[in-house]
Design a protein around this ligand. Structure first.
Ligand code: SAM
Length: 329
């Protein structure tokens, strides 16, 4: 069917699939305390509809599928979808991003269904500060979820993702770096982006990857590990050999020129950038009986219009048309 290439010559290899916009956490940098207006059940793509889109994407060369949300484990029967996606020829890399709170229950069924990679979001290892940032007293359950996931050798690497927020994360860095040294987890620090539903983000709130790296190196020197060109993260190992950390720095070191991703929202809209203002509705044609060829043509058209880059640092930056949890982070 030929590869999927955007108007700037970038080949698309990866899709982030949101399976729900709902979340059981209320992270302050993402969602308001009262939550958001959730999508109705009928608005969500069914597992069959999702798998059909992924089958078409895989036929066009997409290899990597990551499930996200909202909180993807809040979607009922998620392992059923995982097994459907794991069976699609061409999908060689199937992963999940989760807050981890339901992972103690789901790690086994997910692995049995074919999941091979896992990202767990974790912003603090202190009970009080975890509850402060997520508005949920759930650190122990997340750590239990990570322990359970670790039991499955098939599930590697396990990545732990932390959003770097100035005035909060500095204090968390030593314990998180220590976690990377103590456990078989790659701890990654991701810069805070203007995707919070409450629109409070300001440039000064971004604790950059370079700043966090400097904090870690005060105690533990790091050396860079070469990464593949499409990688969003710069990877480092501790020079004494104990573990790895990574830095995803979309604000201070944008990686748009090597971006190979698209996103599908839980309600079946294709987005070609986290910061898109425009979406491509696949759900309506899916439900109106469009053929595979018609759907593939629409996907190709959308991808041809993929944005050159985000413009977070440009004067007059206009925020994305939805917030992080509604897009699928
Ligand atoms: N609920 C799942 C989780 O916690 O991983 C998946 C969805 S969540 C939106 C995906 C990731 O986006 C999490 O690591 C979260 O911390 C991150 N995130 C949310 N809002 C963000 C923002 N404004 N900037 C950077 N990362 C953000």
């Amino acid at each position: 069917m030929g590869s999927l290439t955007d108007g700037w010559g970038r080949e698309i290899k990866s899709v982030r699939l949101s399976v729900t916009d709902k979340c059981n956490f209320r992270c302050r940098y993402c969602m308001p305390a009262e939550g958001l207006e959730w999508l109705g059940r009928d608005e969500l793509l069914s597992f069959e509809e999702t798998a059909r889109v992924v089958r078409l994407l895989a036929a066009m060369g997409i290899e990597e599928v990551r499930l996200t949300g909202g909180e993807p484990l809040a979607r009922r029967d998620l392992p059923v979808l995982v097994s459907m996606l794991a069976d699609i020829p061409g999908v060689t890399d199937l992963s999940l991003t989760t807050n981890g709170v339901l992972l103690d229950r789901f790690a086994g069924p997910l692995v049995a269904a074919g999941l091979r990679r896992l990202n767990v979001s974790l912003d603090s290892l202190s009970h009080v500060r975890f509850a402060e940032i997520t508005r949920r007293d759930a650190l122990d359950r997340v750590l239990a979820g990570l322990d359970e996931a670790e039991r499955y050798g098939e599930l590697r690497p396990i990545k732990v993702n932390c959003v770097g927020i100035r005035g909060f994360t500095e204090q968390e860095v030593p314990a998180l770096a220590e976690l990377a040294r103590r456990k078989p987890y790659v701890v990654r620090f991701i810069e805070f982006m203007p995707l919070d539903a409450e629109e409070r983000w300001a440039g000064d709130d971004v604790l950059t990857g370079a700043e966090i790296r400097a904090l870690i190196e005060e105690r533990w020197p790091l050396e860079e590990i070469p990464a593949k060109p499409s990688s969003t993260a710069r990877q480092f190992r501790f020079m004494d050999g104990a573990g790895e950390v990574g830095f995803v720095s979309p604000v201070s070191e944008p990686f748009c020129s090597s971006c190979d991703r698209i996103r599908l929202t839980a309600d079946g809209h294709l987005r070609t950038c986290l910061f898109s203002r425009r979406e491509w509705d696949l759900k309506t044609p899916l439900r109106e009986g469009a053929s595979d060829e018609e759907l593939s043509d629409l996907i190709r058209l959308a991808v041809r219009h993929k944005e050159l880059k985000h413009r977070i640092n440009d004067p007059g930056f206009v925020r994305a048309s939805r917030s992080m949890s509604q897009i699928g982070g």
